[in-house]
Write a protein that binds this ligand. Structure first.
Ligand SMILES: [Zn+2]
Length: 150
């Protein structure tokens, strides 16, 4: 399949981004379309949508922010805390608007497993179905995310 110049440009931006240390694609050698398709297929297999995940993450983030750095019980499954790293990041797609770099850590109370994300991760998942490339500092594995959040 012939890829559009836009897709080519976007992949170059994601690979070279200095904003996300190591770029958004990490050491992932796969073309961007393949990364997006593989994660979409994985999500479908798991029975979740990108919107459902983003809603859940946003809910947890807003509760965590009330804790001002302390752990907050979100519900019977999750507790969460924020790490205040000040600053804003633009969407690399690009997209208007900037997103807080504040990192939220969520811990599943049954398994003890934790996962971290920023507001930009929520946007990238919701609007672009993008979980970042393997080896990227903020890659979120759909299966791991779903397992911890639900
Ligand atoms: Zn965007």
């Amino acid at each position: 399949m012939k890829r559009s110049p836009d897709m080519q440009r976007l992949e170059e931006t994601l690979r070279s981004s200095k904003i996300a240390g190591g770029g958004f694609l990490g050491s992932d050698p796969r073309p961007l379309e393949e990364i997006l398709d593989a994660d979409a297929a994985e999500l479908a297999r798991l029975g979740h949508t990108q919107y459902e995940l983003a809603d859940r993450m946003r809910h947890i983030s807003s509760r965590a922010e009330q804790g001002l750095g302390s752990w907050v019980a979100v519900d019977e499954i999750i507790e969460a805390a924020v790490t205040d790293t000040r600053g804003l990041m633009p969407c690399p797609w690009p997209h208007p608007g900037t997103f807080s770099k504040t990192v939220v850590t969520a811990r599943n109370l049954r398994t003890g497993k934790t996962i971290q994300w920023s507001e930009l991760n929520i946007h990238l998942i919701e609007m672009h179905g993008f979980f970042e490339g393997r080896g990227s500092a903020f890659r979120l594995e759909p299966a791991e995310l779903a397992d911890i959040l639900f």
